[in-house]
Design a protein around this ligand. Sequence first.
Ligand SMILES: Cc1cc2nc3c(=O)[nH]c(=O)nc-3n(C[C@H](O)[C@H](O)[C@H](O)COP(=O)(O)O)c2cc1C
Length: 397
Amino acid sequence: MSGGFKEKRILLGVTGGIAAYKAIEVASRLKKAGALVDVVLTKGAENFVTPLTFGEVLGRKVYTNLWNEESEPIHIRLAENADMAIVAPATANFIAKARLGIADDLLTTTLLAIRTPIMIAPAMNTNMYENPITQKNIEELKKRGAYIMPPAEGVLACGAIGAGRLPEPVDIVNFAENILSQNLSLKGKKIIVTAAGTIAPIDPVRFIGNHSTGKMGFEIAKEAAKRGADVVLVAGVTHLKNPDGVKTIRVNTTEEMRAAVLAEYDDADAVIKSAAVADYRLAEVATEKIKKQGDELTLKLVRNPDILKELGEKRKNQILVGFAAETNNLVEYANKKLREKNLDFIVANNVKEEGAGFGTDTNIAKLIFKDGREIDAPIMQKSELAKIILDEVEKLL
Ligand SMILES: Cc1cc2nc3c(=O)[nH]c(=O)nc-3n(C[C@H](O)[C@H](O)[C@H](O)COP(=O)(O)O)c2cc1C
């Protein structure tokens, strides 16, 4: 049991609840399981337990103060070092602050800077726990990727009977271990994903665009983040919200997308280009709105830079994956693109096919590799196709 903590560094946040004493056993169990534990106590927690106790149990310094005498910002160091954070017990107050992003003490400030999984074990009086505002705060934190360990039910320290008890330390440690052992197979890898369509502005109010909604690329970015990757999502025009835990850069034009991707390219491990970029732009974008005049309007278009081709030419060790959205001669065009752009593989889909292409939640695709291998992906959710694509990227990395 608990082998998953070997050589892991765990940030254990303890807040001001009556169950804070149980955090001492949590710290002790984590240490026995092989973890290096950094404890951060809130001011509230210090009313229940002392830094001295944790210090004695762990044989390490315990942290309480954001404003310490050290020369470097301690919250950044703690955040960068942590493979995972556990807050147990988590008060209603802490949960509310974490939901809002308030950073007014060492624990809340450190957690804002953390990129690794955060587990929260709420513990409080049943009425406080069931209060809709607390429930809303918990839901929001869950949506943002925090792992919430549901409290146990029973007789609480305050005499109330119901949900709100901090689970037993052994269960807290097991819950944390399950999180740590999840598939973080892309941890330490930087993955750039492009998504959605870019536009070609005509004048200040009009543009030429395409039907891409960005769903496929956003699913890939989300899945890569789940696997622990450092994800940069360069998104064209889409109504989709920025995925949690992903650095999202919004762009409009192909030239902007090119600049954003190249700025991130040098230290990237893989680039997955699912964006539908505008191949052409207006030779001249009108500075004022073009007025109606005559029966015809001729727009002169010029070629946009070919981002994928440029990435293929500049690549060092990066894995390069492209997408081919076609309406005919799918395999032939996809193979041509695969070679011309120097890709590792290409995800080809016929956007005219029912259940594939723009705006749908599903896709039907064929993955074609440079060694000639092919994988057929029958109709499936884009989130599922994202997993298949990332499994293949992982193999190549
Ligand atoms: C005796 C006592 C017990 C408390 N127990 C809890 C508790 O179990 N859960 C909780 O959310 N708040 C509890 N509180 C309230 C918190 O201590 C209070 O909201 C405090 O501001 C929390 O600060 P912190 O979140 O920064 O640690 C308790 C307060 C007292 C006086």
